[in-house]
Design a protein around this ligand. Structure first.
Ligand SMILES: Cc1ncc(COP(=O)(O)O)c(C=O)c1O
Length: 381
C-alpha cells in the first residue's frame, strides 16, 4: 500500500543538507548559541527577503514569543481590547490575555476562514487598541480592506498586528505579508514553510525605537547588561536555529512554488472526481488573483470529516484537524467570551476542516492516491 504522510520534513532537509550541516558546524566553531551573529544576520536577511524597505526583524524564541513581544509594544491595560479571529492557533488569543488585555473574538469568513473587515468594524469599541490579522493556512487576511474599513470608521488609531506564523511568503495585491500592517510576527516552528529544527520566531517593525524596545523585552528588559528597566522575558532566538534558517532561506521561494503547484494539482484532480455536496477545496488566490497563497496547509471542508480521516489513515494517508475547537471554545479563554456570542463559520470549520498532505516533495502519484481515496470514501457511502 502506498503511504502518504501529512508532512515529510526530511525531504526538504536533504535538499539543503550540506548548507545546514555547514551552518551547524559554524556554530560549533564560534560557540555563539544565544542570539549572536547568526540571529543578527538572520534578522537582516529575512527583513531584506521581504523586499519592502524599512522593515526590521527581531528574532524571538517562538512565534508565540513574537506575539507577546509585539503586544508588549502597545502597552495595553486591563480594559484594552484586541480583536482576534475566533478560528486560529491558541497563541493568537492567549498572548493578548497574557499581556493583560482582553481578546475580542469575531467570526471568520466562511471560505477563507480569515478575518473580514465587516466583523472587525462591528467589534470596535472605544477600548479597541489593535487587531490581530492571522494569515491562516498561508493565505493572507485582507489587511488592505481591514485598514480601509478602520479608516472609514474613523479608527486609524487601531494598530494591525499580522500573525504570519503560517503565512510567511504569502502576498496580497503583490505585497508580502509582514509588510501590510503595523507589526508582524512569524513562527519558525519546524512545520512552517520556513521551519527551524526547534522553536523560533521573529517580529517585524519599522522604527528603531520599536527594535530597541523589542530587544529589551526579549531579554529581561535589560537596557544594558544586568540593568532591567522594564519587565521582560527570556524570549531570545537560538543562534543554531538562526544558522539553520539562514541555510534554508534561499530555498523558500521554491518551497512556496512547490506548495502552490501541489495545490493546483489537487484542484485539477478533485475537479475531475465526484464528491458530495459540502465538500469544498480551500480558498484560492481569488478571482482577481489578489492573494498569493503559500499553502502552509491545504485544508478541505469535508462532510463526515472524522470518518474520512479514519478511512484515510487506514489507507496510509496522513491528515489533521486544524482546529478541533474555536478559540472561543477553549476553556482557558472562556472568561473572554461574552454570553450569547456565536461564531457559526468558525464552529462549522471545527466540524469539517481537514488538512491533506501538501508538503514539498509530495509526488503526483501520491496526490492522485489521496484524491482517489477521498473519492472512494464518499462513493462507498
Ligand atoms: C497562527 C499561529 N499563530 C501563532 C503560532 C505560534 O507559533 P509558535 O508555535 O512558534 O509559538 C502558530 C504556530 O503554530 C500559529 O499557527
Amino acid at each position: 500500500m502506498m503511504t502518504v504522510p501529512l508532512l515529510d520534513m526530511k525531504l526538504l532537509h536533504l535538499r539543503r543538507k550540506t548548507e545546514i550541516e555547514q551552518a551547524v558546524a559554524r556554530c560549533l566553531e564560534h560557540q555563539q548559541f544565544i542570539l549572536g551573529p547568526e540571529a543578527a544576520a538572520l534578522e537582516e536577511e529575512l527583513a531584506a527577503w521581504l523586499e519592502v524597505p524599512g522593515w526590521r526583524g527581531v528574532g524571538t524564541s517562538s512565534g508565540t514569543a513574537a506575539l507577546m513581544l509585539a503586544l508588549r509594544l502597545l502597552e495595553l491595560k486591563g480594559d484594552d481590547e484586541v480583536i482576534v479571529p475566533a478560528y486560529s492557533f491558541m497563541s493568537t488569543a492567549s498572548t493578548v490575555a497574557l499581556v493583560g488585555a482582553r481578546p475580542v473574538f469575531v467570526d471568520v469568513d466562511s471560505a477563507s476562514l480569515n478575518l473580514t473587515p465587516e466583523a472587525v468594524v462591528e467589534a470596535l469599541t472605544p477600548q479597541t487598541r489593535a487587531v490581530i490579522a492571522v494569515h491562516l493556512f498561508g493565505r493572507a487576511a485582507d489587511v488592505v480592506a481591514i485598514r480601509s474599513a478602520l479608516e472609514a470608521a474613523g479608527r486609524s488609531d487601531v494598530r494591525i498586528i499580522e500573525d504570519a506564523a503560517q503565512g510567511l511568503g504569502a502576498r496580497l495585491d503583490g505585497q508580502p505579508v509582514c509588510t501590510l500592517g503595523d507589526i508582524a510576527c512569524v513562527s519558525f516552528f519546524p512545520a512552517k514553510n520556513l521551519g527551524a529544527y526547534g522553536d523560533g520566531g521573529m517580529v517585524f517593525v519599522r522604527s528603531e525605537a520599536e527594535v530597541q524596545q523589542l530587544r529589551m523585552v526579549r531579554q529581561h528588559g535589560f537596557a544594558a547588561k544586568y540593568n532591567s528597566v522594564v519587565l521582560g522575558y527570556n524570549a531570545r532566538l537560538d543562534g543554531m536555529q538562526a544558522a539553520i534558517l539562514r541555510a534554508k532561506l534561499p530555498d523558500l521561494h521554491a518551497v512556496e512554488e512547490e506548495r502552490r503547484a501541489n495545490a493546483a494539482r489537487y484542484r485539477a484532480r478533485f475537479a475531475a472526481s465526484s464528491l458530495p455536496d459540502g465538500f469544498a477545496l480551500p480558498a484560492d488566490d481569488g478571482a482577481d488573483g489578489r492573494f498569493y497563497h503559500v499553502y502552509n496547509q491545504f485544508v478541505v471542508r469535508a462532510p463526515r470529516r472524522d470518518e474520512l480521516a479514519a478511512y484515510l489513515d487506514k489507507r496510509g494517508i496522513g491528515s489533521a484537524v486544524y482546529y478541533p475547537k474555536t478559540l472561543a471554545q477553549q476553556p482557558s479563554l472562556a472568561a473572554f467570551v461574552p454570553h450569547g456570542s456565536s461564531f457559526p463559520h468558525a464552529d462549522a470549520a471545527t466540524r469539517d476542516s481537514l488538512a491533506l498532505p501538501i508538503f514539498p516533495g509530495l509526488t503526483a502519484a501520491q496526490q492522485a492516491y489521496v484524491v482517489e481515496a477521498v473519492a472512494d470514501f464518499y462513493s462507498e457511502g
